[in-house]
Design a protein around this ligand. Sequence first.
Ligand code: COA
Length: 144
Amino acid sequence: MAGEILPIRSDSPLYVGALRLRYEVFVVEQAVPADIEVDELDEGAQHFVVLDGDEVVATMRIVPYGDALKVGRVAVRKDLRGTGLGRRLLEEAIRVAAAQGARALVLNAQVAAAPFYRKLGFVEEGPLFDEAGIPHTRMVRRMI
Ligand code: COA
């Protein structure tokens, strides 16, 4: 049974588990090139993981974005999708944004995942665009 959401930094041993899950989901499953999956923002980001035993089964990261925060790399292990882990991660992002006084939360959603983010109060903004060969839409959740 998956546990609580743990905030970590990239110097945590759990970060390796987060990267492993991201590789499995984005590179293997979705064919995102490995060399762009980890970018220069990763080192300083706030990362969040959910463990099942000692395995990372869900993760996301949050980076500063002007007076807003940007959510990214949201991934849930395939066999655990649809069980509420993604929702719990995004609710944590919303809590963090409120606690930090961020104006908004923004993200680039895969079009296929947009209905998931809409349920959490995000709305589409602007045109569709391509990222790593996958159609994306910018989504925003205003905090104030
Ligand atoms: N389309 C429509 N609705 C979706 C959805 C989708 N792709 N994914 C989840 N939902 C809905 C669920 O049905 C649920 O609705 P409910 O509250 O009315 O029951 C709600 O969103 C929350 O679902 P949850 O179980 O918390 O979602 P999840 O744990 O499966 O996480 C993702 C959602 C997108 C993070 C997960 O599917 C995933 O890791 N996908 C692969 C990686 C990816 O594409 N990440 C997003 C990059 S932008």
